[in-house]
Design a protein around this ligand. Structure first.
Ligand code: ADP
Ligand code: MG
Length: 450
């Protein structure tokens, strides 16, 4: 009968494969001529059919002792009815990482500059393992992280049985270091090589010069690759330009699909501006969008920054976004980018501004100035330092070097702080976000343009 056949099939397939692909399977019907196998969702159905079709057919023929046709069907499982018996339907797996819900394929604007990267990402989401690895490279702020989260969000929604792990190369290194320190390399390896179906590693250029970590990544990659698991890698450089990377790792990267994201042209920037405004429910006229597209070029984070500023501006003034307020914000962005060439009176102004920012930050975190420069590792104190570094970098456009002078911390501590806040914001950390919003708002009310 059906249950017996299902059980027999299970015995004939490796545990790993069963766990990954057949956990939602059931025999829907069987008769003299055909067997119909149901799978949890259309994605599983397609993949199993493509990947295991002929093997399954063979096994079923063996089991039943005759030639029989196997068909597949995607069962739509009613989410409201609890399954009576456990094994047919698996529970939603534990999420291995958090993903920014705003970074989706729907919120991504496709243009000439990112078309290949976009479609490859969709392909990797629909047919994991097909293009392996997928390597996306492009300058900072062009949407790489957005695409990675889109892939993760898509898979989570369409194939909840797949275990998706997203992390930056830096996180990977930190986890590895922790594992080494705590003598837990076994479980580290297990975690990355055995319990992940899709591995997304962001900003892999971070591993330049870090040979041990590269080596570990190489082995992780091989295990996943051999098990047919999808690996997706982002970098601000081409595989080729990861000059000091171990050649065997580079050749691994190159054996899959390598795609580039270029800087978007003005018409794409216009559409992106519209989309960004729409995502935060900001009413923005076409004129303003055109103005932004024309004047904020390259890094789309700046475009997003400008739009967030516009939102803040309308919230405070209660006025709709006008071209002139857009102009003011864009000008201040441009000015800040040139803040290195400032003359004396301007410099004095910048000092006042710097002090105001620092005061606002310590007020917001309810600490005193000395705390900021102390060695205290108390959570709110170190967070205040990180947020300050972040604001100085992102809004005041100071260089990491300048910030490390101001905060009396070394270069790598500062860049780590900035990344940490960036990451928290990306993961939707509302506490940090509201603190930064408050700080920006206060600066605004004191008429200091950030
Ligand atoms: P990267 O990781 O390449 O440095 P991000 O993915 O962080 O860049 O993108 C920077 C910002 O620009 C994000 O807010 C992202 O949502 C937005 N963005 C980038 N490309 C697009 C696009 N094509 N459509 C919509 N938003 C985009
Ligand atoms: Mg990124």
């Amino acid at each position: 009968n059906k249950e017996e056949l299902h059980e027999q099939l299970k015995l004939n397939i490796s545990r790993e494969t069963w766990k990954n692909w057949f956990n939602t399977s059931q025999i829907i019907s069987m008769d003299e001529n055909e067997v119909i196998i149901g799978l949890g969702n259309p994605f599983l159905k397609d993949t199993v059919e493509k990947k295991f079709g002929s093997i399954i057919n063979e096994k079923i023929n063996d089991i039943l002792g005759k030639n029989i046709k196997v068909k597949y069907q995607a069962s739509t499982i009613d989410k409201n009815t609890k399954p009576l018996s456990g094994p047919l339907i698996r529970n939603r797996p534990l999420k291995l990482s958090e993903f920014n819900p705003e970074f989706t394929f729907e919120s991504f604007v496709v243009g000439e500059s990112n078309r290949m990267a976009y479609y490859s990402s969709i392909e990797a989401s629909k047919n994991p393992g097909k293009f392996n690895p997928l390597f996306i490279y492009g300058d900072v702020g062009l949407g790489k992280t957005h695409l990675m989260h889109s892939i993760a969000n898509y898979i989570l929604e369409h194939s909840p049985d797949l275990r998706v792990r997203y992390l930056t190369a830096e996180d990977f290194m930190n986890e590895m270091m922790d594992a080494i320190r705590n003598k837990q390399m076994e479980s580290f390896r297990e975690r990355f090589r055995k319990t992940v179906d899709i591995l997304l590693i962001d900003d892999v250029q971070f591993l330049i010069g870090k040979n041990n970590v590269q080596n570990e990544l190489f082995h992780t990659f091989n295990s996943l690759f051999n098990a047919g698991k999808q690996v997706i890698i982002c970098s601000d450089r081409t595989p080729d330009e990861l000059a000091t990377f171990h050649p065997r790792l580079i050749s691994r990267f190159e054996m899959g699909l390598v795609v580039n994201i270029e800087t978007p042209d003005e018409s794409t920037r216009y559409l992106i501006a519209k989309k960004m405004a729409q995502m935060i429910s900001l009413q923005m006229s076409d004129d303003v969008a055109h103005y932004l597209a024309e004047h904020v070029d390259q890094n789309l984070r700046r475009l997003r920054g400008a739009i967030m500023n516009l939102l803040l501006h309308t919230k405070i003034t209660g006025e709709p976004v006008s071209v002139s307020s857009a102009k003011k914000i864009v000008d201040s962005i441009v000015r800040m980018n040139k803040s290195k060439t400032k003359y004396n009176s301007k410099e004095a102004f910048e000092t006042i501004k710097l002090n105001t920012v620092i005061d606002t930050v310590i007020e917001e975190f309810k600490i005193c100035r000395e705390d900021l420069y102390s060695n205290s590792r108390k959570k709110n104190i170190s967070e205040a330092r990180q947020v300050l570094a972040y604001i100085l970098k992102i809004y005041m456009k100071l260089s990491v070097k300048e910030i490390s002078k101001i905060l009396k911390r070394n270069h790598s501590t500062i860049s780590h702080s900035i990344k940490k806040i960036d990451h928290s914001l990306m993961l939707g950390n509302n506490i940090i976000k509201s603190k930064i919003d408050n700080i920006k708002e206060k600066m605004e009310s004191e008429k200091v343009d950030l």
